[in-house]
Design a protein around this ligand. Structure first.
Ligand code: ZN
Ligand code: ZN
Length: 420
């Protein structure tokens, strides 16, 4: 779209006038993180800012969700989503605006996934589009979603009537800060983020004195064998060119050294990129849990629950091509290709509910000089804190400018109009 770049430069010429305010906004949101479904301060701030620049604002969508709608003449509709929630992590960044917040139960809370940056970038883009309305035509929908981390924020907005409350967009867009050099924008067509599924597997034994194992059935040994056997699912059953991860992140049994307990529980996290492998692994977990129980002479079959599932994020090819072309035009060599990510997201539930295509891209947030130096030393893994680390600390600039620019450029790839 030839109009995209021209319109984007006109809108983004105004970024200088709001940059200082946006940086203050970012520091404020960062210092006041809120866990999923508790984003009351954040959503009130978002709603106030959207209203101040002329958006029709829908509040309390699915709890703390906020949607701003700006109808500006005729044309397509673009929905842009930012997630708002933080994590139960004690911040150790040493930043002057570091969080000291706790939730209602006294747990520390931190914006360790960068959702504060997503919120601020979308507020910036929303405001610029409202300030320069003659550069575009159509409908811009700024959606602020609660509870991405627990994975049910998008679903709750949809269950609360999202698709009836706001106009149906033609496309949905979203971005995430990632540990790449700040200033870079990274797109990817097709499979981009994994599906995630958690499982709780309980195996049953028969309790006995620790000195008399022959009188009982030991669920500790059973669970141990199960953990080891589960390691063969990805290494021995899934095709070598199909990426998948299976991690046993929790194992619990017993209370005393001299007592064989009644049961043992393990919790697993599985990441996959397509329904075939996702189902293959689900079937393997069930088969192995049952077989290990039988092998140990368990008195009853294992309990297997799936919980906390995220869908795979598979970017629409054509939408991604449109956005990639727009980014190349604006960012030149700062635009690049995103690697396949093992993280997961619930964003895709929103375009799915509207029945429209989507793409989701990454923006870098690490000081470029620090990144280069670590890459030269071969110490990226140890020296650059990643999302969900207590030391995760995006550099405000050029991350914030880049995120605002990316949002505006992407929206105007659909909404931009040629300059007279
Ligand atoms: Zn996260
Ligand atoms: Zn995140």
């Amino acid at each position: 779209m030839s109009g995209g770049k021209t319109s984007a430069s006109r809108v983004l010429a105004e970024l200088d006038t709001i940059r200082a305010d946006l940086e203050d906004c970012y520091r404020d949101v960062h210092a006041h993180p809120e866990l999923g479904h508790q984003e009351r301060r954040t959503s009130a701030k978002v709603a106030g800012r959207l209203r101040a620049c002329g958006y029709e604002v829908h509040e309390h969508v699915g709890g703390t969700g906020v949607v701003g709608v700006l109808v500006n003449g005729t044309g397509p509709g673009v929905l842009f989503r930012a997630d708002m929630d933080a994590l139960p992590i004690k911040e150790r960044t040493g930043l002057p605006y570091a969080s000291t917040a706790t939730d209602g139960d006294g747990r520390p809370v931190m914006h360790a996934c960068g959702h504060d940056m997503h919120v601020t970038c979308l507020l910036g883009a929303a405001r610029l589009l409202a300030q320069v309305k003659d550069a575009w035509s159509g409908t811009f929908i700024a959606l602020f979603q609660p509870a991405e981390e627990p994975g049910d924020g998008a679903d709750r907005m949809i269950a609360d009537g999202l698709t009836d409350r706001v106009p149906r967009p033609d496309v949905c867009l979203a971005q995430h800060v990632l540990p790449y050099p700040a200033g870079r924008v990274l797109t990817r067509p097709g499979p981009t983020l994994s599906a995630a599924d958690n499982y709780r597997v309980t195996v049953y034994g028969r309790s006995a004195h620790g000195s008399a194992p022959d009188k009982g059935v030991d669920p500790v040994v059973m669970a141990s064998m199960l953990v080891v056997r589960l390691q063969t699912v990805v290494s021995r059953e899934v095709a070598p060119l199909s990426p998948a991860v299976l991690t046993v992140g929790s194992i619990h049994a017993g209370t005393n050294p001299n007592n064989i307990p009644e049961s043992a529980e393990i919790q697993l996290n599985v990441r996959t990129y397509g329904d075939d492998v996702r189902h293959q692994i689900a079937d393997a977990i069930t088969r192995i849990a049952k077989a290990e129980s039988a092998a140990s002479n368990s008195p009853r079959p294992p309990g297997i629950d799936r919980f906390g599932s995220f869908p795979p994020t598979v970017n629409d090819e054509k939408t991604t091509e449109t956005i990639t072309t727009a980014f190349s035009g604006f960012f030149a060599d700062r635009a690049g290709a995103l690697d396949l990510q093992t993280a997961s997201e619930d964003f895709s539930e929103i375009p799915k509910a509207f029945g429209v295509p989507f793409t989701y891209w990454g923006i870098g947030c690490v000081d470029p000089a620090a990144y280069e130096a670590a890459a030269r030393r071969g110490t990226l893994a140890t020296d650059i804190p990643v999302n969900h680390s207590a030391a995760f600390a995006p550099v405000i600039q050029p991350t914030l400018d880049t995120g605002v620019q990316a949002a505006v450029v992407a929206a105007l790839a659909y909404l931009g109009t040629e300059q007279e």
